[in-house]
Design a protein around this ligand. Structure first.
Ligand code: MG
Length: 436
């Protein structure tokens, strides 16, 4: 029978007040959960997820499908809790879990992932990342729009696209790994991977043979490197593979390549009894290992950007859409009219509102040769200096045309011969004008 040996450690880090990470290190079930949500809801989500995962897995089939079912139950538990309280609404958690299962009579390691906690396999000294992050930047990397180096420092690297508790139904990634003696699986929250490079993680896992020692040392290094988030590590070693390696070697000698780590679809299988001789759910988190005191004043670590879920992203987009619509409405109102005014002592047509509106200034459309500003009546001039609003350019043209005709009509008596004596002068054409 395959034998596993595990070590685990967690730490609040050097910036956060609360540890919202949880881990599970059972005989054959291991998990890391990284909670999301304010008012301590994140730790409720991560705690609920690992407790439900353990209970449901123990009660169900010890198969890859059984593990997926347990994750779905954990999702339901967090979702129900989130719906029951205003403070907890929107809480969620990542979950990466590993279990020893039976598939078609063979022992396998079933691995599941939701969110951006990770699983790695150290095999023959080489570190391979097994899980794919459900995060915005990792999706951009997969689409070739960001390089891994850019993703590592991207300001939106904490936006996760999948988490337990966000929806009543969850999509779970699952893999099956054939266990061989010497294989080492690392489960960790992003508090580790955001602080330490894969090379440094690999080097530590290669150097420290004891899984508990390796887990503690990784947490210690991540803390020393900044500790901007909660850090959680579970290291699982395959210490006995029930002669699987020897059989694989024999098969290899017969020119058959053994399959080491292989992704496989989730298959429901038989449910043999497995022994569970001790269960440990990490709550409260284990005390932090003492962090080395820096000998020089180190720059204060910056908190990692708070994790955001798609709900928050959608809300932000909705706010932006409303603001965009408001700006568009103001622009439409500010630029949607014309007015007749005076520019350089000439009657002119402007687009916009007199005096402008917010940051939308009126623009000069056309300066008219006739009538000149000096030809206007005082009342007309006052009106135009304030701006006479009209609904369209054509209406503005008509208004200016009327003004011009009026001015011409007032000029008429001075340019036409005097009427014969006794004739009645037209009242409008004899009105005296006082020019400003
Ligand atoms: Mg985290």
């Amino acid at each position: 029978m395959t034998q596993l040996q595990a070590g685990a450690a967690t730490d609040v880090g050097r910036v956060r007040q609360i540890n919202e990470d949880r881990y599970l290190a059972d005989e054959q079930l291991f998990a890391v959960a990284d909670g999301v949500g304010g008012h301590q809801a994140g730790e409720v989500a991560s705690q609920t997820s690992v407790e439900t995962l353990l209970r449901t897995f123990n009660d169900g089939d010890h198969t890859t499908e059984g593990l997926v079912v347990a994750v779905e139950a954990a999702n339901q538990a967090v979702w129900q809790l989130a719906q029951g309280s205003r403070e907890k609404r929107g809480m969620g958690t990542t979950l990466t879990a590993l279990a020893l299962v039976q598939e078609n009579g063979e022992e396998q390691l079933a691995l599941i992932n939701v969110g951006d906690s990770r699983a790695y396999l150290l095999q023959q000294g080489e570190l391979i990342q097994l899980t794919e992050d459900h995060s915005l930047v990792e999706e951009l990397v997969r689409d070739g729009k960001l390089t891994p180096a850019e993703a590592q420092v991207h300001p939106q690297r904490s936006i996760i696209t999948r988490a337990l508790g966000m929806e009543p139904v969850i999509q779970v990634d699952s893999w099956e790994i054939t266990p061989y003696t010497g294989d080492r699986i690392l489960l960790c929250s992003d508090g580790l991977t955001n602080e330490l490079s894969d090379d440094r993680i690999a080097s530590t896992l290669r150097q420290l043979a004891d899984p508990q020692e390796a887990a503690h040392d990784l947490v210690r290094q991540a803390r020393a490197a900044g500790g901007s988030d909660n850090i959680t590590v579970v290291v699982v070693d395959v210490v006995d593979d029930d002669d699987r390696s020897k059989q694989a070697s024999a098969a290899l000698a017969g020119s058959s390549e053994p399959t080491r780590a292989s992704a496989a679809p989730t298959v429901a299988g038989a449910a043999p009894d497995l022994e569970h001789t001790g269960t440990r759910v990490a709550a409260p988190p284990a005390p932090a290992p003492p962090a080395p005191r820096p000998t020089l004043a180190a720059p204060a670590p910056q908190p990692a950007p708070k994790r955001m879920t798609w709900r928050v992203v959608i809300f932000l987009f909705a706010v932006l859409a409303v603001l965009g619509a408001a700006v568009w409405a103001v622009a439409w109102y500010a630029r949607g009219a014309y007015y007749v005014g005076i520019d350089n002592e000439q009657v002119a047509i402007f687009r916009g509102r007199p005096g402008g509106l917010l940051w939308f200034d009126p623009t000069l459309v056309e300066r008219k040769q006739e009538p000149a500003g000096v030809d206007l009546l005082p009342a007309q001039r006052v009106q135009l200096e304030a701006g006479h609003e009209v609904s369209s350019k054509a209406a503005a043209d008509r208004y200016v045309n009327n003004l011009r005709q009026e001015v011409e009509a007032r000029r008429a008596p001075a340019t036409t011969p005097l009427p014969p004596a006794g004739a009645i002068p037209a009242s409008s054409s004899t009105t005296s004008t006082s020019r400003p």
